[in-house]
Design a protein around this ligand. Structure first.
Ligand code: G3H
Ligand code: ZN
Length: 281
């Protein structure tokens, strides 16, 4: 059993000054790809299930059970994280289903309401030993509402962490969710200022649009949890497309999902190297 806490992974990353890869999975093959890539890179990893993935599947528990079983079967340390939860009842269900950490996403709420809801839920999670990430300064791109210009203010971020007691903070520094091309420009000076001002690890969302060299620079400037999803879907789906184009008569899903899983595992391992996490498990 190698299920670990996200907090422990981030503490080690703070000490070693590398980035922890946090990768989303919707399908069992993607869970397997994340864990295989992490094992190959010899890196600990965060396996993420988002509220959107739960909506797609129609329920949390089957995916949670599959993820927990897949993590338990690997020799690599991995944590299980609920990503972008806007519904407190889903957070509670995740905690009861064995998730080791959750992100409560109140970024679209007015400041006072975000503080109050995040504080209450964080207290509830902490009583159960569960680590909590929150977001301040909405990272754009969801529902087509790209907002790459949004930035998190360092003083406001420090106040938010103090009032809510969260364990990590997702901040807006120029990335945008769901980019299929890697051309985002990050405000690295702001990352450094946030790191100075905020006493908990910083989380970069929307990392798919960020080129490799900028990702490495963001980690060097103090980003610690690097959330990556769309880019891996690009790789996964690209492999499916290639196989089906080559073999249009193919019907067995294993014949196109196996190459997709292998391609995604390769990319997970490669990205963990970019983050400086490889060899650290
Ligand atoms: O929470 C998940 C991430 O922020 C993923 O964003 O799909 O743009 O990589 P991305
Ligand atoms: Zn995100």
């Amino acid at each position: 059993m190698t299920l670990v806490g996200t907090g422990a992974l981030l503490r080690a990353a703070e000490d070693g000054r590398y980035g922890v890869g946090a990768f989303n999975a919707v399908l069992l093959e993607q869970l397997e790809a994340v864990l295989a890539g992490a094992a190959r890179a010899d890196a600990a990893v965060v396996v993420q299930v988002s509220e959107n993935a739960v909506a797609y599947r129609g329920a949390l528990r089957p995916l949670a059970a599959a993820a927990a079983a897949a993590v338990a079967a690997t020799g690599t340390p991995a944590s299980l994280h609920l990503d972008h939860a806007t519904r407190p009842e889903l957070v509670r269900e995740a905690v009861e289903s064995g998730f080791t950490s959750v992100m409560y996403d109140g970024a679209r709420l007015p400041w006072a309401e975000n503080v109050e809801r995040t504080r209450a839920l964080t207290g509830w999670c902490h009583e159960r030993g569960v680590w909590v990430e929150a977001e301040l300064g909405e990272v754009g791109g969801k529902d087509g509402a790209h907002a790459p210009g949004v930035r998190t203010d360092p003083e406001e971020a420090a106040r938010f962490v103090e009032r809510t007691g969260v364990d990590a903070l997702a901040v807006a520094v120029g990335s945008s969710h769901a980019m299929t091309e890697r051309r985002a420009e990050l405000d690295l000076a702001l990352v450094a200022r946030l790191r100075e001002a905020v006493p908990v690890p910083l989380v970069l969302h929307g990392s798919s649009g960020v080129p490799d060299d900028t990702l490495a620079a963001a980690v060097a400037a103090g980003m610690r949890k690097i959330n990556l999803s769309t880019h891996l879907n690009v790789v996964f789906t690209g492999a499916v497309r290639d196989v089906l184009a080559r073999e249009p008569a193919l019907v067995d899903p294993r014949r196109y999902l196996a190459p997709a899983r292998a391609a995604m595992a390769d990319e997970v391992a490669r990205v963990l190297g970019v983050l400086g996490a490889a060899g650290g498990a």
